[in-house]
Ligand binder design. Sequence first.
Ligand SMILES: *Cc1c(COP(=O)(O)O)cnc(C)c1O
Length: 385
Amino acid sequence: MKGIFPVNKLKAIKTPFYYYDTEILNKTIDAIKAATAHHPNYHVHYAVKANANPKLLGIIRRAGFGADCVSGGEIQAALNAGFSPDGIVYAGVGKSDWEINLGLDNGISCFNVESVAELEVINDLAAAKHAVAKVAIRVNPNVGAHTHANITTGLAENKFGIALEDLLPTIRRIGSMESISLVGLHFHIGSQILDMSDFVALCLKINEIQDDIEKEGFSVENINVGGGLGIDYECPDSNPIPDFEAYFSTYADNLKLRDGQQLHFELGRSIVGQCGTLITSVLYVKQGTYKQFAIVDAGMTDLIRPALYQAHHKIENISSDKPCHTYDVVGPICESSDVFEKGASLNKCSRGDLIAIRSAGAYGEIMASQYNCRSLPKGYVTEEI
Ligand SMILES: *Cc1c(COP(=O)(O)O)cnc(C)c1O
């Protein structure tokens, strides 16, 4: 073992691959259950887009969570993993007809609708099946988040949701749609949010919105506040479990739910982020003119977050205890952005050493591509290695 890693077992597997520590995942799930135990009206849906590995989906489904999907493929993945349709919610700005029909045929619990044009299509498709579609209006609350610009979603300039000023007209419009039942309001302001004041701002905005719609005689059974809770990418060992107590109590303290109203959450990264590690091997150590490179066999095709969002993942050499050297840790892909970290301090690297790229359970394996005709990385959980 080095840290949390059973190095000898990992050595036997062809790199690069994802290693999922199920103990961390289970502890994370337990922490969510403990933090929501006193709130029977809180419902957690796992955001499948963070990681759809069937083994992880199975563990999360058995924990009793619902599923939050953003495509027909994800609805299918959730159904295949045994999630009950009445725990499945479905968001997305561009739902195709086949995806809407898949949701209708399986009786999912809610379509989170992002435009009036989409509402009309859902109404028509549901009518053709003599069904009634349950929908929540995804509202763009124009609430910012202290996170990377590419992962804010709740600003007026973002493509997501229905603008605040269009909310009441949209609710009225639904009144004349025979195959639509309005069951909720949905929000999601972004991802990797660690500043609870961003969620407070969302709560206060929702309170205002509820007051406004009630003045017009409308109300909804469900409020869905999306996901977005961040994880500690710098200190995965000392801080492996996100602060779910602080997260859920922020909502308990600031959101004014109406009598009987149910509160839904869609957590992705905070559930699976810390349990996953990308394991890769050092291929070559190369001394450049200015820098020393550790060239590894994983690339941006296996984990694109550093190239896409300048994200930082902690990197460790889990094969060596030699004194630290400074390396640019780079992959083999023919792109200059194929860099995991510049100036990383790692125990001295030699060819064949195993390198752990930490906190890669969310938006890692699922975003892998085959650019350069590479194979997709495999994912293994603790029990199968
Ligand atoms: C991505 C997404 C989530 C999950 O976000 P995390 O930051 O991973 O918790 C939840 N809801 C919607 C609508 C999303 O698009």
